[in-house]
Design a protein around this ligand. Sequence first.
Ligand code: SD4
Length: 338
Amino acid sequence: MFTSIVLCTFASLLPLGHASLPLVINTWPFKNATAAAWRVLQSGGSVLDAVERGCARCEVEQCDGSVGYGGSPDESGETTLDALIMNGDTMEVGAVAGLRRIKNAIGVARAVMERTDHTLLVGQSASVFAENMGFVAEDLTTNKSLNIFSQWLQSNCQPNYRKNVFPDPSASCGPYEPRATLKRTKRAQHASRLSHDTIGMLAVDRDGHMAAGTSTNGMTHKVPGRVGDSPIVGAGAYADSSAGGAAATGDGDIMMRFLPSYLAVELMRAGADPSAACKMAISRIKRHYSEFFGAIICANTTGHYGAACNKTPGFTRFHYMVSNSKSDAPLLKSVDCV
Ligand code: SD4
């Protein structure tokens, strides 16, 4: 009760941008993805169709090498994909993690939502499901991902996400065994801006129906089997047409511990405007991990939106895209990290 009063008061003091519906907003300057989603809404498609089409556009374009096939090879050189889609009207979710050999991860996530009673399918079994649903199995490896992998091998598998194993992962490729004692280690610096860039997208139609989605190939050189925040509901994204939506990007291993998308939506439900909700979700993580790399976008069902990011030496400003009825073309927006 007290929190809601504080939030409402706080929110009412903050200047709100002019809201406009419908709205598409996504992480990073992936403008073709924004435009693809916007076209769907303009032609009368649903918010789910918009999010699926927008994220799929990035999967085809391999946005920043961080979405879709041919990017972020894991320790064995394989690219695997994580994706999620959420219907903010029904609270249905479909997600895939560690998806192998299928390019259209967001499409498979939607199939999980619409063609099973489950929420999340993982690994090879998710690929079998996808093939059964008509998705084509293909190699996700490209010359680029092969090069990234072979350069990593040549530099003794550095950077490396292992810890408390023998031989020392800061100088070797393993095979690793557990060390007898556990040492507290600092989070590796390579979990930074350069190794990942998920697309997270929110779409809201004229009537306030909202959907959210994500798609990524995760972190480069990850331990095989690693699942990031992107396919985890409430972490990578969340949508509730009665409150708002949010989607996150960054160091998923840290961010997923705080469910920042869920937190931001609940803060909006309690009265925070989207910018304040985004900032508070980032601050919550920062309290524990001051140097984490991450950002979040937020929107409410009236078309107000905002974003926030954690300021680190290599990351001081976060760029994202918006389409709404105020402009014919997707708008590049940015926010100073705090
Ligand atoms: C992950 N959060 O797998 C994703 C990567 C990402 O910006 O968002 N990068 O951890």
